[in-house]
Design a protein around this ligand. Structure first.
Ligand code: 5AD
Ligand code: SF4
Length: 446
């Protein structure tokens, strides 16, 4: 009996449990892993106790993310102790850079696969080696783009498409270049092919993923060319991308973006700090003034655009005046929303060697101030939508009330409304915005 037959019998009725922490790239990777397992006859389960294969896809970007994943692993490791046939695996960034501490703290772990090695999972399942407890595949593989591996079908009308893996930036605080290796772009033709397949399955919105996605450059096209090509895919209603780097919003790219029909009016532009000195120390490759000029350039081409950002509070050496400079950039730009974090030293990064000048409480206090400023701006932005009619793509029924649905505007704003009997995920409706409650808009069919 060959190994494929062997496997298909073996894996009959096999279940896998897969939990994901961290960024959208991790979510995408988990859907690749799910696709790979389901092609081998595995079915998903929400109950780790019912699974033969238990996987946790992990994040290293901040200490809290690591602790949460370790806590989860600790709480499910007993399934592995109880049943020797169960395999417990750690995927993702922590497998890559926290191997020793994972094994020390959770010795039940059998499998460790870094972000460039998920395709090894198939091999492991095809050729189980009971004598060998631990299998690990780590370190960057610059040839890895997961071509030919297809993600499990997305649940809704919106899907991620990874177009680039890894990162060539050297931001002082960030562990990602270490855990995900150097930047690689997927060929444009493969991105188009994957997108067409998704559209054929009913997907109306794609979000292109990459760590510095607007630096995308493949042999058959650059980022602007990719956006233009996707804009012409029949049936695709909306195109988004995450996460760009400010310095690659060039004049030609902004001109290209302005001419597209399906590009959403939402751009994420990570600020990190509003102080030029801190930005230099972070190695961000732009100053405060350059960032503000890039924002002006984007807005001059896309006047309706919603801008969101990432901010780190309490970077090592940040003075009170520098903290206030961050707030003054926020006041000048008035972002729609922001993802805001207290600085968390990551062992192995440049900034982890720097002396921290603030206690955890002081960092939290600065973060709280930033969150408060942002809350005011978010409310202002949302309030300005009340009374307007906006296009909303439905995503799913609200859990609170079966008649209510949740959808998003092109600006990435959440809207709750009752779309009537025609409702289905992916349907695009015109909604009149009637109110804001907290960070959510309420609308009615226009
Ligand atoms: N501490 C706090 N926030 C961080 N980020 C990345 N590394 C760190 C760190 N060491 C934030 C940045 C980045 C986002 C994904 O996470 O703002 O843009
Ligand atoms: Fe976490 Fe960053 Fe890795 Fe994503 S790339 S999983 S956010 S460390």
């Amino acid at each position: 009996m060959n190994s494929i037959e062997n496997l298909s019998q073996d894996s009959l009725g096999r279940r896998y449990f897969l939990e994901t922490y961290g960024c959208q790239m991790n979510e995408y990777d988990s859907s690749l892993v799910a696709g790979l397992l389901e092609a081998r006859g595995y079915t998903p389960t929400d109950d780790p106790g019912a699974a033969q294969l238990i996987l946790v896809n992990t994040c290293s970007v901040r200490d809290k993310a690591e602790e949460t994943a370790l806590e989860k692993l600790r709480s499910i490791a007993h399934h592995r102790r109880r049943n020797p046939a169960v395999r417990l695996g750690v995927l993702g960034c922590m497998a890559e850079n926290r191997r020793e501490s994972i094994l020390e703290r959770i010795p039940e772990v059998d499998i460790l696969l870094g972000p460039d090695h998920y395709d090894r999972l198939g091999d492991l399942l095809d050729h189980p080696n009971p004598g060998q407890k631990l299998t690990s595949a780590l370190g960057p593989d610059i040839a890895q783009t997961y071509e030919g591996l297809f993600a499990a079908a997305p649940a809704g009308s919106s899907a991620f498409v990874a177009v680039q893996r890894g990162c060539d930036m050297k931001c002082s605080y960030c562990i990602v270049p270490t855990t995900r290796g150097p930047e690689r772009s997927r060929p444009l033709r493969d991105v188009l092919e994957e997108t067409r397949r998704l559209v054929a399955k009913g997907v109306g919105e794609v979000t292109l993923l990459g760590q510095t996605v607007n630096a995308y450059r493949a042999d058959d096209g650059n980022f602007g060319e990719m956006l233009s090509a996707l804009d012409g895919v029949p049936g695709l209603r909306r195109i988004r991308f995450m996460s760009p780097h400010p310095r690659y919003f060039t004049e030609p790219l902004c001109q290209t973006m302005a001419g597209l029909e399906h590009l959403c009016h939402h751009i994420h532009i990570p600020l990190q700090s509003g102080s030029s000195r801190v930005l230099r120390s972070m190695r961000r490759q732009y100053s405060r003034d350059q960032f503000l000029r890039i924002v002006d350039r984007i807005r001059s081409h896309l006047p309706e655009v919603a801008l969101t950002t990432d901010i780190i509070a309490g970077y090592p050496g940040e003075t009170q005046a520098e903290h206030l400079e961050t707030i003054s950039v926020m006041e000048a730009v008035r972002f729609d929303t922001a993802y805001m974090f207290a600085y968390s030293p990551r062992p192995g990064t440049l900034s982890a060697e720097m002396q921290e000048n603030l206690s955890a409480e002081e960092k939290s206090a600065r973060l709280a101030e930033i969150i408060e400023v942002q809350r005011r701006h978010t409310y202002e932005r949302l309030d300005s939508c009340v009374g307007a009619t906006q296009e909303v793509m439905l995503e799913g029924a609200s859990r609170r009330n079966g008649e209510e649905w949740i959808g998003k505007t092109t600006h990435f704003r959440k809207v709750v409304l009752n779309p009537g009997p025609e409702a289905r995920a992916g349907l695009v409706v015109q909604a009149k915005i009637i109110a804001r409650r907290g960070q959510i808009l309420w609308g009615e069919l226009a």
